[in-house]
Design a protein. Structure first.
Length: 301
């Protein structure tokens, strides 16, 4: 069965960052900066930020399940018109629209590879550490093997001491099931979106002649009062700033004590937003101008 191509950054969102100078004869495109390969190229939104079967739910006894991808597509369809209203100063959001967009922002924070990979790494590290701790005690190891055989009705089929030594050798890989990060993502959507909804929102537009970038990890969190922390920055911090570029000409700025409404950012503000977007990116920057993408690609060594 051929897996579907799943976009981890929505196409409708990426269309807000296409090059305005695309000719009528061409499909609208945006400029892509590849941080890993240090190269810049142009692609249509449909051809970037996608992976085969990225949100497919797999189970041994079932065909591939696309329910999660369908769930995300529904969220995107509802968020698209709200984004348009959000960037229009004369049109405020209703409570339900604000809740919808809070969910969209949360989805964009946690659906992307930069988050899911961290979850998988953490789960794999925990599993490896747990197994090594268990294997370090021969008696405990034997008890667990016996319990496993009783629970499953299946003999391990290997000499338990050899298996214990192999576990201690660390000469193997542990891979977390993608289903696990999907489950964690869903829980976070339900718990984090109400927090974002409670924050103070402001939408700033760019000065004439300036553009914004976005990335493959578009939602950035920053606390200007602290140094980088081991565990990162969280929404519970009093001075936290959440930024999501909305289009090449507007960004969302959410805080606990900051401004609300609509305004025009300074040139310095736009540079700061683009810098934060670049810092939070995993591998790709997306923008409407080759020179802009090149400028900020150079920040990432």
């Amino acid at each position: 069965m051929t897996k579907k191509r799943h976009h981890y950054i929505p196409q409708f969102y990426l269309k807000g960052f296409v090059d305005p100078n695309t000719s009528k004869e061409q499909t609208p495109y945006l400029w892509v900066g590849d941080i890993g390969e240090k190269r810049i190229f142009r692609k249509a939104p449909t051809n970037v930020a996608r992976l085969h079967g990225y949100y497919t739910i797999t189970r041994p006894t079932e065909v591939e399940n696309q329910d999660f991808e369908d769930y995300l597509a529904t969220k995107e369809a509802k968020a698209a018109p709200v984004l348009e209203r959000l960037i229009t100063a004369s049109d405020s959001l209703s409570d339900s629209e604000r809740r919808l967009f809070s969910e969209f922002v949360t989805v964009q924070k946690y659906r992307v590879p930069c988050f899911r990979e961290k979850v998988h790494e953490l789960l794999e590290d925990v599993a490896r550490t747990t197994m090594r701790m268990m294997a370090s005690d021969p008696k405990r190891w034997q008890r667990k093997i016996t319990e496993l055989e009783k629970e499953t009705g299946v003999k391990v089929g290997a000499e338990t001491e050899s298996l214990r030594q192999f576990t201690l050798s660390n000469g193997y890989d542990i891979k977390a099931s993608p289903n696990m990060s999907l489950g964690i993502m869903l829980k976070l959507i339900n718990t984090i979106a109400p927090i974002i909804n409670e924050m103070r929102w402001a939408v700033f537009s760019t000065p004439i002649g300036q553009n914004l970038l976005t990335s493959d990890c578009p939602v950035s969190l920053y606390d200007p009062t602290t140094r980088p922390l081991l565990m990162g920055v969280g929404l519970g911090m009093e001075k936290v700033e959440l930024i999501l570029p909305l289009t090449r000409h507007a960004f969302l700025f959410a805080t606990w004590n900051g401004p609300t409404g609509h305004g025009v950012a300074t040139s310095k503000n736009i540079d700061q937003v683009n810098y934060r977007t670049t810092e939070s990116a995993r591998r790709y920057l997306f923008g409407p101008d080759e020179g802009l993408v090149k400028q900020f690609l150079e920040f990432r060594k």
